[in-house]
Write a protein that binds this ligand. Sequence first.
Ligand SMILES: Cc1ncc(COP(=O)(O)O)c(C=O)c1O
Length: 422
Amino acid sequence: MAARLAQLPPTGRTRNPEFSPRPLPPRKPLRFKPMRRIYLDHNAGSPLRPEVVRALEELAAGNCGNPSSIHMSGQRARRELERAREAVACAVGAKPSQIVFTSGGTEANNLAILGAVRGRGCRRVVSSAVEHSSVLAPLAQLKREGLEAVLLACDSEGRISASDLRLALGSATALVTIGLANSEVGTLQDIAALGASVRQHDALFHIDAAQALGRVALDVGTLGCDLMTLSGHKVGAPAGIGALYVRDRSIVEPIMLGGPQEQGLRAGTQNLSGAVGFGVAIRTATKLLAEEAGRMGFLAERLWERLREEIPGLRRNGSQLARIPNTLNLTFPAVEGETMLIALDLAGVEVSMGSACAAGAVEPSHVLLAMGRSRHEARSSLRLSLGWSSTAEEIGEAAARIVGVWRRVAQAEPAGVREAAQ
Ligand SMILES: Cc1ncc(COP(=O)(O)O)c(C=O)c1O
């Protein structure tokens, strides 16, 4: 065997001397029409607005230092930071001194909840079962620390009733924390009614407005809140920047300890480029609010109508009347939402499931479960969220692709899934 192996030609390219190849004609490059991707996940994060990209390029060219430094580069940075603060304050009817920059909506919610409750003697916090995890997790932490966290139930549209809130409030309530617009189904809460109940007690009122920003007008005076969370990447700023409106500095204690930045409420060097991007994005979103909200609402309705015509049994979740205009949460018949999501991604349509992926298993959305949907319905639901960059052409194309994907996935799903949908 060893001898035979030794006779084999050496590895690598060998030439057949009898074969003299004719030169091949130049190969034409293969032309694929790249599939246009359609982004329908603005509630997870909107792409950077062009105005923001330009502002960040200018900032990068401008040699800014640390906003806390005394030298000229530091002063330049301070001016940019304060301009951004003014823009954020102006967008929500606040004073610049009432805006604390944070690393995002999550940190703003943590600061509002932990910072407002730990400093007070009261032992109770009231919230709802449909809040974002960045509200529910600090509440769970407070519970572990021995406080009482009451979660109000919602109706089938995701709305909380003011009478339920009145019953839950008592003299021991330190804080009421409610999301203005639900991130998964888009339902808007009746903040005026809820706030009126809170004001009858000595509790602070925090609103998580991360998903409402840029979609409905926000004014802290009209909303009557003490604290309000904002997030930059929902309006076309970079991710990693947010803000907390704080009516009066004395109502919150810092949760991040260190330097004296942000009036001592949030230690750490500020994210200057994030804040500048946020300032530009929020200014643009506020200027274009009526136009963008009208367009998003029109396109979302058109998408819903097209899908409803073609997919029998398709169901829309959330309030039909009180909602942000850009969000559609849909329960698809006879399919698993996760399978649909992956097939849609392959077809170039990017959507999401409003649920956490824990240990490889998709958990059904806690919001849909709280609204009374079954676990199966919750698992068959997808969130489609439009934004500033969505166009009519994209939405027409998305509708066609979604219908096609649903037909294919529904046919291929195991019988169990199809039966569960009936
Ligand atoms: C309602 C709500 N609150 C808070 C957050 C957290 O914001 P961030 O991603 O900026 O931390 C989100 C993010 O999706 C949200 O939807």
